[in-house]
Write a protein of this length. Structure first.
Length: 137
């Protein structure tokens, strides 16, 4: 099973404003607005970078069909759908157009697993809490 360290988001930093960056994952049109974890001043606009996108799930559901995506396309990630690449009790790595590390909620009431259990390869939808973070690898 792949680990968090094996699944970094590759892309380009489009802008840096204080501790907020706009990140464009390779192969997408996304412009994800993310809080930079400590290294914002060292991030260079227009240069390819590898990093980890982290967020906390507010709602988790398994789904039967659909693609990998992040919405909105421009701004902070609010909803994601994709396949689980890696999973443990506390977090998963979700491929939603780019790898995203998702901190799982502790409250069982926020899980809707009608289409099957959370497992590697499962297709899941996430409603995210605000405050997604980017840290350079």
């Amino acid at each position: 099973m792949a680990s968090v360290n094996d699944l970094t988001a590759q892309g380009t930093i489009l802008s840096v404003d204080g501790d907020v960056v706009v990140f464009n994952p390779s192969g997408t049109r996304y412009q994800l607005r993310l809080k930079a974890h400590g290294d914002a001043p060292a991030l260079v606009v227009g240069v390819a970078v590898a990093g980890v996108i982290r967020l906390t799930a507010r709602k988790v559901r398994t789904v039967s069909s659909g693609g990998n995506f992040i919405t909105p396309i421009f701004g902070p990630p609010l909803e994601l759908q994709g396949r689980i690449y890696s999973l443990d009790q506390r977090q998963m790595v979700l491929h939603a157009g780019t790898p995203v590390v998702v901190q799982l909620p502790e409250d069982d009431a926020v899980y809707d697993l009608n289409k099957g259990p959370l497992e590697v390869g499962a297709l899941v939808g996430i409603v995210a809490e605000t405050g997604a973070v980017f840290s350079r690898k």
